[in-house]
Design a protein around this ligand. Structure first.
Ligand SMILES: C[S@@+](CC[C@H](N)C(=O)[O-])C[C@H]1O[C@@H](n2cnc3c(N)ncnc32)[C@H](O)[C@@H]1O
Length: 251
C-alpha cells in the first residue's frame, strides 16, 4: 500500500469536516458522493467534452499567466491547487509553470478522496491532501500530521471548484490566510448562467457568478483584485454554454 492510500485510510471526511468547524457537513458529503460516483473515474473526459483541446489550452494559459503576473513568484515557490479533482488542470499547469520555476513544489487539495486517488495514480510529483476550501489553513494543519505539506503557499489556484462551495466568502478568506503576504491566488470559474438543472446533473451549488460579485467578495480579503471574462471560451454541456471568468488576487 502507498503512503497516500495509508493516509486516505486514516482520514474520515465527516470527522475532518467537524474538526475544521465546517457547517452543513451533510451538504458537503453530498458533493463527495456526487464526485465519487459520477465524476472521479471520468473527470478528464468530462473536462475535454466541456472545453475541447483549444478551450483547455486557453484555461491553462490564463491560469499560468495569472500565476506569473507581478509580484514575481520566487524560484522555489510552493504552489497549491485547491479543489484539484483528478488533477487534469493541475498537471498541465504544473508542466507549464515548471518551465519558468524549475524548483517550485506543487500540492493539490480536494474534498473527495476518489478524485485525489485519480491524481496520485498519474504522478508522484504533486503532494495531495484532503481538505475543504472554506478552511485551507485548518486543512493544511491536519494534513501536516501525515504528509510533508508547508504551512503556507506562495500561490494558490483553483479551477471550476468555486461553484461547488457553500460559502464563497469563506473560500476567499481561507485562500488569504493560506497564502504568503507576497503571494497570490488565481481562481477560474463559471460566469452566471441560467441552467438550474446543473444542480442535479453536476452537483453545482451556484449557477456561476457575476464577475462583479466575485470582485466584491474577494476585495474583503485581498488588497488588489482583478476579475475578467476569459475571451473566446465557454463551458459547453449538451448545447448549454456558460462563459468563464478568471480572478487574480493579491494580499
Ligand atoms: C468540478 S470539479 C473540478 C476539479 C478540477 N479542478 C478540474 O477543473 O477538473 C470540483 C472539485 O472540487 C471539489 N470540491 C467541491 N467542494 C469543495 C470544497 N468545499 N473544498 C474543497 N474541494 C471541493 C470536488 O471534490 C471536485 O473534485
Amino acid at each position: 500500500m502507498t503512503i497516500f492510500e495509508d493516509y486516505l485510510k486514516s482520514v474520515e471526511i465527516p470527522k475532518l469536516l467537524k474538526e475544521l468547524g465546517v457547517p452543513k457537513i451533510e451538504a458537503l458529503m453530498e458533493e463527495v458522493k456526487h464526485f465519487t460516483e459520477k465524476e472521479a473515474e471520468r473527470r478528464d473526459k468530462i473536462v475535454l467534452s466541456y472545453f475541447g483541446e483549444d478551450g483547455i489550452k486557453r484555461i491553462i494559459d490564463s491560469v499560468v499567466q495569472g500565476l506569473l503576473s507581478p509580484p514575481k513568484l520566487k524560484e522555489n515557490a510552493k504552489v497549491l491547487d485547491v479543489g484539484a479533482g483528478s488533477g487534469f488542470f493541475t498537471m498541465k499547469v504544473v508542466d507549464k509553470l515548471r518551465r519558468y520555476l524549475p524548483k517550485a513544489a506543487f500540492y493539490a487539495m480536494d474534498l473527495t478522496p476518489a478524485m485525489l486517488r485519480m491524481l496520485t495514480r498519474k504522478t508522484s510529483e504533486i503532494t495531495s491532501f484532503l481538505g475543504v476550501a472554506e478552511n485551507v489553513r485548518g486543512s493544511v494543519e491536519h494534513a501536516r500530521k501525515y504528509l510533508d505539506v508547508p504551512e503556507k503557499f506562495d500561490a494558490i489556484f483553483s479551477t471550476l471548484m468555486l461553484h461547488h462551495c457553500l460559502d464563497i466568502g469563506k473560500v476567499f478568506e481561507g485562500f488569504r490566510k493560506a497564502v504568503e503576504v507576497d503571494g497570490k491566488a488565481v481562481v477560474v470559474d463559471l460566469c452566471k448562467h441560467s441552467f438550474e438543472e446543473f444542480r442535479e446533473e453536476m452537483g453545482d451549488i451556484h449557477l456561476g457568478f457575476e464577475p462583479e460579485l466575485i470582485k466584491e467578495k474577494a476585495e474583503k480579503h485581498f488588497s488588489k483584485v482583478q476579475v475578467k471574462k476569459i475571451p473566446g471560451i465557454c463551458c459547453t454541456n449538451s448545447g448549454r454554454s456558460a462563459e468563464l471568468f478568471i480572478a487574480v488576487m493579491i494580499p
